[in-house]
Design a binder for this molecule. Sequence first.
Ligand SMILES: Nc1ncnc2c1ncn2[C@@H]1O[C@H](COP(=O)(O)OP(=O)(O)OP(=O)(O)O)[C@@H](O)[C@H]1O
Length: 263
Amino acid sequence: METILDVKQLTMDFGGLRALDHVDLDVRRGEIVALIGPNGAGKTTFFNCVTGIYTPTSGDILIAPAGGGKQERINGLKPNRVTEKGMARTFQNIRLFQNMTVLENVMIGRHCRTRTGIAGAVFRPPTTRREEQDSVDVGYEILTKMGLAGYVNEFAKNLPYGAQRRLEIARAMATAPFLILLDEPAAGMNPRETNELDELILKIRDEEKISLLLIEHDMKLVMSLSDRIFVMDYGRKIAQGTPAEIKSDPVVIKAYLGEEIDA
Ligand SMILES: Nc1ncnc2c1ncn2[C@@H]1O[C@H](COP(=O)(O)OP(=O)(O)OP(=O)(O)O)[C@@H](O)[C@H]1O
């Protein structure tokens, strides 16, 4: 399987604090990969570097979305450019446009694939109208797949919590990514919502052919979903392997010190 994201020796310093210390991580096409580790390990910082929110101090972030082709180094690209390159993400805390409808939220995700500029939005030539219709169609399709069709015209703020989290993923899907990065998608979910999320993530991978990289603390979810797991502690990668390998790795067990990882 081709590597679509190859992160090499990624290092991020915040003043005197080294939040990431020479971290290597790769995602192959069709994989669900988890990034786990205790609080403060550097997981979100890793996502922030990969998605252009921070420019890493050193290291390489390489992508090869077309597969088999040339890798491209994307260090320092702005977040919107990273999205255009095909990597979308969600955040630890829900970041929806709460006073916009569910459909509008998804269409905003789609915007990065349309060409309408300010002039187009004002004068609305036929191409703009076609693009808008296309965005609506794609938006509906994604919302249906995500089990959100019943909420299309509802304000985002009126959705139940689990549905809001699904909407964030829907918005990420609307950008037509090859990889989605999910930052703690199950945070705050009840067991039923977590089970639905588990099925949904598999569906995104299997039916939409989008690979996923997720940060998650729910070990049951991580162990059931992941093809491979990377473990971080104090900014360093301390282990990587299959769920079975990670569960029995003494280094990982020590890092979690008494916490339940045997999900
Ligand atoms: N912008 C920043 N400025 C300074 N320090 C930061 C910044 N962002 C993160 N850090 C520090 O980097 C370290 C790693 O934080 P990070 O949020 O990446 O950890 P995490 O593994 O995502 O933790 P959690 O599981 O609690 O979300 C922490 O010590 C944190 O305080």
